[in-house]
Design a protein around this ligand. Sequence first.
Ligand SMILES: Cc1ncc(COP(=O)(O)O)c(C=O)c1O
Length: 393
Amino acid sequence: MPVAEKIQGFIQRASWIREMFEAGDRLRAEVGPENVFDFSLGNPDVEPPVEFKNILQELAADKTPGLHGYMSNAGLPETRSAVAEYLSDEFGLNFSSDDVIMSVGAGGGLNVALKTILNPGDEVIVSSPYFVEYNFYIDNHGGEIKVVDTNPDFTLNLKNIEAAFTGKTRAVLINSPNNPTGVIYPEENIRDLSALLEGISSKVGRPVFLISDEPYRKIIYDGVVVPSVFAHYKHVISVTSYSKDLSLPGERIGFLAIHPEVPEKNLLLGGLILNTRIIGYVNAPVLMQRAVARLQGKSVDIGIYKRRRDIFVKGLKECDYDLIEPQGAFYLFPRSPIEDDVAFTREMQKENILVVPGSGFGKPGYFRLAYCVDEKMIEKALPGFKRVRERLK
Ligand SMILES: Cc1ncc(COP(=O)(O)O)c(C=O)c1O
């Protein structure tokens, strides 16, 4: 057998993703790509801000020697300073460049964070629905995922989280704005979770970390504010990337930030920096570090996503889909009209519409739509959604 048994199992578990890709390819070949309505991918289609391309051209023309060499594993001092300055303004705390470590996207940052804090068998509590890769990231570092349900409105259910604690719990991992629901966890959720973590940490005599996965932090609508995790708790590792807000997912650039006043800070930083080095990527891509240093606070035009959200939410509600209007990210997570969300997905494919079953996010009975597509595609697809809804009454 060329691969480990565990990995074979993982391949099997993730096979629905392959199945969906295949269905998409088959449909595109059958009816033409222009007639397939693909809402399955969270791959931002809005172009990066023009400044990004201008900056890249300037950086490419820079003849200073040594620009492409190895560097401090934590990243370029000027980039870390620029990020720290931005974070200080946003959160009203005094972040220094030491509190920031550049990473290979949020995925890379999460792996560095988990590798740094997990002992073998340590548990990480995750609220469903959740980004499916967490299963694999946690396993990568010898951890165990413990999944608990959210409230019916997809906010954190503190009772469920509390009930999932054991002596082995090392972290709670949250993601807000959330993929797949688009929900932003309210301030009281974050405050109560922090109080719970504080109490449990003192009881067990070691800190339980709050890992906050925030790649959608700037993709928010209607003037809502994403509450700060730093305001309530110190054992926080926040993980962010520029994949979504600057539309740079292929460039693999993001960062980790820790609370400036976290106890035993140097040890924590030492672990995060060492793991950046030994996880296999050594440091975040240097060209991108230099680019994002100059793009702090910038983002793509969020109004584009908002218009799509509005069209989609209105259209789906009109044909009687049950859904919570998202306040952020670029996903919708409606209830499947039939219990079997995988069967529902297949029914949608008959209309040349590709959606992802909620089971893929640990939440059967729902489905995810990514609106990283043109408004016109949403409008053209709505009659298909309507027909399926009518067929499944
Ligand atoms: C919730 C969540 N976390 C992390 C990631 C990974 O982001 P990146 O591309 O920056 O590694 C994604 C990507 O879709 C995501 O949705």
